[in-house]
Design a binder for this molecule. Structure first.
Ligand code: F0G
Length: 455
């Protein structure tokens, strides 16, 4: 089944309530319809909104909209201080007082010369989504998805996850007072994510299979057991994730960079980013559309394979990569991500695990840090500059999707176990309680501590 069979306008007529549209069969469901998938054919749904309007019913101009978002930026009332709910009129206009917000978003654009030099461009910003409450971008979608769960009267929520979605679901479900069930691939989830999920109280199932098996199982279980599904196939999750782009455009004064580079696994973000840009363009918020570059790990690159064949074939692979967050072989949002790449004249590529680790080293050593999957965006941007696709003068925003502490296991492998010999590890040194022992370490490390050398 393809979700490109039917076409739909980007925006509904002014004054129309938001709805959920099935791109597979063309069915239209009210926005508070409880099923996260099309109840007629099982296809994926797309949320459609009308443009925000003034009291006289006239659609707001791009300028008026930009002003309204600026007004909400530092506002105190419930929800609006969130980097997601500031854009409520483009995300879930009728949320009202049901909002379940941490709050989240309002993440920094980080500039570091060392990272820009590594990529090979003059101007590079990292949009660090690891600065969200549970340490990844998932919180932006989860605040909206959980709000929808409350609106439709869900009694329990569930997701399959490579770890970040489950940590986020667990936190938001706890806030909403909903029991949460998570399905993760046994032995394939980074320690920080698994422990967060347990801490926030989600019932955690370690499935003997990979993420793709977990997703199949949770979809079936949710349908048969009446649990509300909060994977990114749920269209409300994507509405929240759109705000990564909206907030970034606002930080750029609505003058977009030339490129947005992001790691790609299940392709929810790639889908959400394209939708955000289509809508921002249609609403007059921006007049020029930045290009999206989606970066996969070489061992989990079905979307990059499809792109290389002009999307003629949808590929599925047996995924393997040390970037466990994107260890996904059959991405659920393939079709809607294709639309994003086509709309933005975008690009899809893959990078090796060695390139990911090398990029992570640079990001970490700049004092910024990120989890391995996030470093794929920097590795990918570097490859695109090397191949002449990104020009050195282009302004580039690279998405860092998760916090450095999400995956302490890889840090131990990189630094303590020195498993990756191609670059110097930062091995901790155990010493006796004596200044002499400290001096001996500094003497052996004269490059880093030349001023501290003892005679
Ligand atoms: N980066 C991180 C840190 C992630 O956790 C994920 C996805 C991605 C990138 C890829 O984003 O799926 O929208 O293409 N993590 C999901 C999870 C699958 O279960 O936490 P995507």
């Amino acid at each position: 089944m393809s979700d490109t069979n039917h076409t739909s306008p980007v925006l509904l007529p002014v004054g129309t309530p938001s709805d959920q549209y099935c791109a597979d069969c063309g069915s239209i469901w009210p926005e508070t319809h409880a099923s996260p998938q099309c109840a007629a054919c099982g296809g994926l749904l797309v949320i459609r909104h009308a443009p925000p309007h003034d009291s006289g019913g006239a659609p707001l101009t791009g300028e008026a909209l930009r002003y309204s978002f600026a007004q909400h930026c530092c506002a105190r009332p419930l929800g609006h201080a969130s980097g997601v709910w500031r854009f409520e009129s483009l995300v879930m206009p009728s949320a009202g007082s049901t909002i379940v917000s941490w709050p989240e978003g309002n993440t920094a654009l980080v500039q570091r010369n060392a990272i820009a030099q590594y990529v090979g461009v003059e101007a590079l910003w990292c949009k660090h989504e690891g600065m969200n409450p549970t340490g990844s971008f998932k919180d932006r979608g989860m605040t909206v998805g959980t709000t929808q769960a409350v609106r439709v009267g869900a009694t329990a929520v569930a997701c399959a996850s490579t770890g970040n979605t489950s940590a986020s679901l667990a936190a938001y479900a706890a806030q909403a007072g909903l029991p949460a069930l998570v399905f993760v691939p046994a032995g394939q989830v980074a320690l920080g994510k698994l422990t967060q999920t347990l801490a926030y109280g989600a019932r955690t199932l370690l499935v003997r299979g990979d993420f793709d098996d977990c997703l199949r199982l949770v979809r079936e279980s949710a349908r048969e057991l009446g649990i509300y599904l909060l994977n990114s196939i749920n269209p409300w999750r994507l509405e929240g994730q759109k705000t990564i782009v909206l907030e970034m455009l606002q930080q750029f004064g609505w003058d977009p960079p030339e490129w947005i580079v992001l790691p790609a696994g299940n392709l929810g973000n790639t889908a959400a980013f394209g939708k955000a840009l289509r809508e921002a363009h249609a609403l007059g918020l921006i007049t020029r559309v930045p290009r999206l570059a989606a970066v996969q790990a070489a061992g989990a690159a079905p979307f990059a394979l499809s792109f290389a064949e002009h999307f003629r074939t949808r590929h599925r692979v047996q995924a393997e990569t040390l970037a466990t967050a994107i260890r996904i072989g059959d991405p659920a949002s393939h079709d809607r991500a294709v639309q994003s790449i086509e709309f933005t004249n975008g690009y899809v590529l893959s990078v090796t695990d060695a390139e990911i680790v090398a990029a992570k080293r640079v990001i970490d050593a700049a004092g910024v840090g990120c989890e391995p999957a996030s470093a794929a965006s920097i590795a990918g941007a570097r490859a695109l500059v090397r191949d002449g696709i990104i020009k050195p003068g282009d302004r580039v925003v690279a998405l860092l999707t998760g916090h450095v502490l999400k995956d302490p296991g890889i840090l131990m492998r990189m630094h303590q176990d020195a498993e990756f010999p191609e670059a110097p590890a930062n091995q901790p040194v155990e010493i006796d309680v004596s200044v002499g022992a400290v001096a001996a370490v500094l003497n052996a490390d004269a490059n880093q501590f030349p001023h501290a050398l003892l005679p």
